[in-house]
Design a binder for this molecule. Structure first.
Ligand SMILES: Cc1ncc(COP(=O)(O)O)c(C=O)c1O
Length: 487
């Protein structure tokens, strides 16, 4: 057993690790079992918040048993809430149990997954191929890698787009940067996630390089888009990138990907699809056809840590041509030559990170524990629940649907009785926090179509009709309370 003279984490205290580890595993299993019967979320007690914030740096070693006890007592019970089946906030699922278990093994190996003849490297190559196969994206070795999430996957993909666009005008982004180059232009639909804009800002294109993409009611006005591209060309700019979403963050809408792919091909633009939330929706036979065109993209950003429930962090960048990323990122100093001349090379040649965590094990475990059929069933079920929630919303006089769900996100608004139209935006803006504080359901908000809107994202495999009903009851009750106080 570990004690004061066997400091936590000492490499040879395996008996102490085993003892504390068993207690941790039991505590984690108890926690996971209890989550559905606890409030979805409650603010931590003030004293705990303060204690955590003010934790003094310890001078002396603490026994591992104590660290486990602190973790189970002070940390696990005060989670974000996404383990609960009535959590509908943002795009945050519960973790897969297989992924939780694999995270321990991955940490025990603690490799840097860059290159070399070890299992983690091969497993990442296989898992990236699996992800491509799951969503029907063409894949060749090297044409993709795991990232911390879709935001980083997007930066990786758009770096490829930038390099290729500059090369068409005889410039090298790596040596010359953007200085003196003609401006690059990106065509980005209004509903695209903010990570696109952030990537364009970081890559030096600037947010002023963004042009809107005319999509109305799910249809692309290709003629107007092509006219805008022609105007940019006539002004000396270089149209570089066209973006589409395979599931927008606000409403889960799938952009007209085939029509976007057509324009990208005709105009020689890099076509990037943001599939962070929704790409796995292609596994639902009822909507698979809506994803036509996704496989034509030059790059696709995915998030196994969203719909699949791989423990955070697990994003993925897939590209049609691996060399587009290698051209953008490969830099091999003498001290990092391992595998550098191999046909595919090292992971560090395709992205931002040098030391890379073992994300593949939890991703492999999560996919393998369900198989393609299990994942497809989960995705299909979530979409069906979303349609069920939409029907509940439509039947409730004090709610209104903001958009018919295409995937597993339902956007809606409250209109409590007695509240004048002019006050509805304020009520809907305040609603998510009011619902969250009640502890029975968790929802978050956004602005959609210029109006404050609630959005429920269904990702939890344990969510059932009763949780949807609870959400509706909670939103109506919280909206009435807010209206009574403020209207
Ligand atoms: C559609 C979409 N794209 C991109 C992202 C960013 O992904 P990440 O948070 O993994 O960086 C999100 C996150 O919710 C998203 O919903």
């Amino acid at each position: 057993m570990s004690g004061p003279d066997t400091p936590a984490g000492r490499a040879d205290d395996i008996p102490g690790f085993r003892h504390a580890g068993h207690a941790l595993l039991d505590g984690v299993a108890d926690y996971l079992a209890e989550v559905p019967s606890r409030p979805v979320w409650q603010p931590p007690p003030d004293a705990l918040r303060e204690r955590l914030l003010e934790l003094p740096l310890p001078e002396r070693a603490a026994p591992l048993d104590d660290l486990v006890a602190t973790t189970l007592r002070d940390v696990l019970p005060h989670a974000m809430g996404n383990g609960h089946p009535a959590f509908f906030g943002w795009v945050n699922p519960p973790p897969s149990l297989a992924g939780v278990a694999a995270s321990l093994a991955a940490a025990a190996m603690n490799p840097s997954v860059v290159a070399g003849d070890h299992a983690d490297v091969y497993l990442e190559r296989a898992v990236v191929r699996w992800l491509a196969e799951l969503v029907g994206f063409p894949h060749s070795p090297g044409a993709g890698l795991l990232t911390s999430g879709a935001s980083v996957a997007t930066i990786v993909c758009l770096a490829g787009a930038r390099g290729r666009a500059l090369a068409t005008v005889g410039r090298d982004a790596r040596s010359g940067g953007l200085s003196g180059a003609p401006p690059l232009v990106a065509y980005v639909p209004a509903e695209a996630h903010s990570c696109i804009r952030r990537a364009l800002e970081l890559l030096g294109l600037g947010s002023e390089s963004m042009r809107d993409v005319p999509i109305e009611g799910g249809r692309l006005d290709a003629a107007t888009l092509r006219a805008s591209i022609a105007a940019d060309r006539a002004n000396g700019a270089v149209p570089a990138l066209l973006v589409g979403s395979a599931g927008t963050v606000n409403t889960g809408a799938i952009d007209p990907l085939e029509a976007l792919a057509e324009v990208a091909t005709a105009e020689g633009l890099w076509f990037h699809v943001d599939g962070a939330y929704g790409a796995f929706g292609v596994l639902d036979p009822a909507i698979a056809a809506r994803f036509h065109g996704m496989a034509r993209a030059d790059s696709l950003a995915l998030d196994p840590h969203k719909w699949l429930g791989v423990p955070v962090d697990a994003g993925c960048a897939l590209v049609r041509r691996g060399d587009d990323l290698r051209d953008a990122f490969s830099l091999i100093p003498p001290y990092l030559r391992q595998d550098a001349n191999a046909a595919v090379g090292t992971f560090a040649e395709y992205g931002l990170e040098q030391t890379r965590p073992f994300r593949a094990l939890k991703t492999w475990a999560t996919i393998a524990a369900r198989g393609r059929a299990g994942i497809a069933a989960q995705v299909t079920r979530a979409n069906r629940l979303a349609r069920e929630l939409a029907t509940m919303v439509e039947r409730e006089r004090e709610l209104e649907l903001a958009a018919a769900p295409e995937t597993s996100i339902v956007a809606f608004r409250a209109r409590p009785p007695g509240c004048p139209a002019a006050r509805l935006d304020d009520i809907n803006r305040a609603l998510p926090e009011a619902v969250q504080a009640r502890g029975r359901a968790f929802i978050t908000g956004t602005v959609f179509d210029g109006r404050e809107t609630l959005r429920a994202c269904i990702l939890h495999p344990g969510t059932r009709t009763e949780h949807l009903a609870t959400l509706v009851i909670e939103v109506v009750a919280a909206a009435r309370a807010l209206a009574a106080a403020e209207c």
